[in-house]
Write a protein that binds this ligand. Structure first.
Ligand code: LAN
Length: 721
């Protein structure tokens, strides 16, 4: 190998005064302006500067003495981040396998990557390499794994990093210490195989023929959780073709760099189940291994070519339906690049679909001070806009004309983002009813989620009840949203995310992803279930004539399920936020909505006692992401404003009679606020599939403001400092 590059080598960076965030009808993309004319015509906004980590020069505000003053200061700061289409976009990073999925897609489809992106993705990966060993984990706070390190190393090399650059050298050494890329989990092996740096015979099978099974088969893929289903759908097409990027200098070199032994001597077929111990979150079951064995034989010796072709054609049809129903954005940042590759393999370089995918992949990219990354979705637009509305209303500030512009813009945004039609032939596409739903991100992505629909519906209901706010969304559209929610309850009363559960929990035994837990089917979640309870209860209070009996029945069964989900220690495990404080906030809200409080309910009492026991010396709460992974409450080293807000809200939901512990938390939130009204970023707030963390940077505004407002309302807004 060539000479080592000195460790002092600094990575190049782009000029941050040239980046602009563009929003159009919920779609958000970053542009890098190159000419003086462009720069003059499109000045950088405060939101651009904030997200890029440039000084915003927002003024200092009067020191708040009461919680409501602090909430107002927070709103003053946050209102500057509202984007022209009315929403609050923000970074949504955390997972470290999304950049590899997107960059691999660019590479294998021969799509040129613009230089500013190359520079900033490289910078991001360098900034996010674990300082101790130079590797990457499953997510930004996680320990280095083979999956993270091998795949992101490949990205750096695709983007042009020299193998002798100190960042590459350190990462490679770590990869070798972990045993080399041979220990990649299934999805890592898959990306490497696409690149031509791993042999397809070393992959556990992903046969498209599974999609030809009759629908009644209990493990048919249509029954899987939609993320898992859509990712494996596209994978199965590519697996069946076993097509890799043609060998070239880069892939030849990578074959040498990624492994601890000579590539040519590796018998890949023996490594289907070789996964580095540090990568495994969900080990294979014996049943999965047996099934893999059978499917391996099926693919190699039994399945006639003609059947494979029919299966591929069927899978391809489903891929097309997914593309078209989402305007080529797709469900998420893994199936989007994968569908892109499928369309490219099937249609070549210049098809309409391929061009559309190239464009929509940009929806997932985000730029921040550390560089460019891939967001966990095409944004958090609808979700965070709903929480902002609720926070303002909870503060009792929605009637203050000072906030009307901001709120009306937010409402206009929700109006534009409601999904207005079902997926064509939704049964054939195995899709859930969606007319009337709100997605997590933007309308065109097109997926309902039980709680994104609920939080948006609730926000619209409470905001449209405020004098001076226009009635932008008519009743029949609100009824459509209710109709969607009423189709989503699981038989035990709880709610999952995107669909009703389509198979039993036993299907988790076939989880082949190794790195995630709980991905096979829809489960029930206290967060989603509460959101539905609150939205339906609000709706039926305002419009008691629409499906009231059904709503009442659904709500009662949902609350009953939430009670069954409480742990012996009084807490609820949070599936989508870190962690017990998050879910306990939601669950206590549900219970309060049916009249339960600390005084009259043992469930609430236990919940409060659980939280109080976890309050830290400084009056705050702080949970480590390890809570989510280990499913055991794990204190963070420091208290966190977001966990503190959640815990305080939970105690207030329960009408906990002693104000002192809540006040301590509120004081901590106030003390952490900066003079310009902002709160600084602390530890990671969100999670999915138990093992992978994801950032929700807007939570440090929306939930702190909500907690401050609730406290002010409950206790008469006392002076606290
Ligand atoms: C999300 C983002 C939002 C989240 C909430 C609405 C907060 C939650 O209450 C319900 C579940 C949902 C919709 C959710 C599900 C899983 C997602 C889409 C993510 C956590 C963002 C990224 C993640 C997705 C699965 C990432 C890609 C990884 C795979 C395993 C395919």
């Amino acid at each position: 190998m060539a000479e080592e590059i000195p460790t002092s080598a600094v990575l190049p960076r782009t000029d941050y005064t040239r980046w602009r965030l563009k929003t159009e009808d919920g779609r958000q993309t970053w542009d890098y302006l190159t000419t003086d004319e462009q720069l003059a015509a499109w000045p950088q906004s405060i939101a651009d500067k904030y997200h890029l980590g440039l000084p915003t020069n927002l003024p200092d505000l009067p020191t708040p003495h009461t919680p409501l003053d602090a909430a107002r200061n927070g709103l003053s700061f946050f209102s500057h981040l509202q984007l022209p289409d009315g929403q609050w976009a923000c970074e949504y990073g955390g997972p470290m396998f999304l950049i590899p999925a997107v960059i691999t897609a660019y590479y294998v489809t021969n799509t040129p990557i613009p230089d500013p992106w190359k520079i900033e993705i490289t910078a991001y990966l360098a900034a996010r390499a674990n300082p101790d060993d130079g590797g990457w984990g499953l997510h930004i706070e996680g320990h280095s794994t083979v999956f993270g390190t091998a795949c992101n190393y490949v990205v750096l090399r695709i983007l042009g990093m020299d193998p002798n650059h100190p960042v590459a050298v350190k990462a490679r050494n770590q990869l070798h210490k972990l045993g080399g890329a041979i220990g990649s989990p299934h999805w890592g092996k898959f990306l490497l195989a696409l690149m031509g740096c791993y042999q397809w015979e070393g992959m556990n099978p992903i046969p498209p023929e599974l999609w030809l099974l009759p629908n009644w088969v209990p493990f048919h893929p249509w029954r899987w959780w939609c993320h898992n289903r859509q990712v494996y759908l596209a994978m199965s097409y590519m697996y069946s073709l076993k097509r890799s990027h043609p060998e070239n200098d880069l892939t030849r070199s990578l074959r040498e760099e990624l492994y601890t032994q000579d590539y040519k001597t590796i018998d890949f077929s023996q490594h289907r189940n070789t996964v580095a111990p540090g990568d495994i979150y969900h080990p294979h079951t014996k049943i999965l291994d047996a099934l893999n064995g059978i499917l391996g034989l099926w693919g190699s010796y039994i399945c006639p070519n003609r059947v494979q072709e029919i299966a591929r054609a069927h899978v391809y049809d489903l891929v097309k339906r997914e593309d078209e129903a989402s305007e080529y954005c797709c469900l998420g940042p893994v199936n989007s690049p994968f569908n892109f590759i499928v369309r490219y393999f099937a249609e070549g370089e210049d098809s309409v679909a391929v061009r559309a995918h190239k464009e929509t992949l940009r929806d997932f990219l985000w730029v921040k001070n550390e560089g460019m990354l891939v967001n966990g979705t095409d944004g958090v637009q609808t979700w965070d806009t709903s929480f902002l509305i609720q926070a303002v209303v909870d503060c009792g500030l929605a009637e203050d004309p000072q906030y009307h512009d901001m709120l009306i813009k937010a409402l206009e945004f929700l109006e534009t983002q409601q999904i207005r039609a079902d997926v064509p032939e939704q049964e054939i596409a195995y899709r859930q009813q969606r007319k009337g739903a709100w997605p997590f991100s933007k309308r065109t992505q097109g997926y309902t989620v039980s709680d994104t629909t609920s939080e948006a519906l609730k926000s619209v209901l409470i905001l449209q009840a405020v004098p001076g706010i226009p009635q932008l969304i008519p009743l029949e559209r609100l009824q459509d949203a209710v109709d969607v929610l009423l189709t989503m309850q699981n038989p035990n009363g709880g709610f999952g995310t995107y669909e009703r559960a389509r198979a039993g929990k036993w299907l988790e035994t076939l989880n082949a992803a190794e790195v995630f837990g709980g991905i096979m089917i829809e489960y029930e979640y206290p967060e989603c279930t509460t959101a539905v309870v609150m939205a339906l209860s609000k709706f039926t209070k305002i419009y008691p004539r629409y499906r009231a009996t059904k709503i009442d029945n659904v709500v009662q069964r949902a609350v009953a399920w939430i009670k069954t989900d409480q742990r012996a220690d009084g807490s609820w495990y949070g599936y989508w936020g870190v962690c017990f404080t998050y879910a306990t906030m939601f669950a206590t809200e549900s219970l309060r909505s049916v009249g339960e409080t600390y005084e009259n309910s043992s469930t609430m009492k236990k919940a409060c006692e659980f939280l109080l026991e976890k309050q830290m010396e400084d009056g705050g709460w702080g949970e480590s992401y390890k809570s989510s992974e280990s499913q055991v409450y794990t204190q963070h080293e420091n208290s966190q404003v977001v966990n503190t807000a959640w815990a305080c809200i939970a105690l207030m939901n329960a009408a906990y009679p002693d104000r002192v512990p809540i006040e301590k938390g509120i004081k901590l939130i106030m003390a952490r606020q900066q003079q310009n009204g902002e709160w600084m970023q602390e530890a990671i707030e969100g999670v999915f599939n138990k093992s992978c963390m994801i950032s929700y940077p807007n939570y440090k505004f929306t939930f702190t403001i909500k907690a401050l407002g609730m406290f002010a309302k409950l206790y008469g807004n006392p002076e606290l400092n």
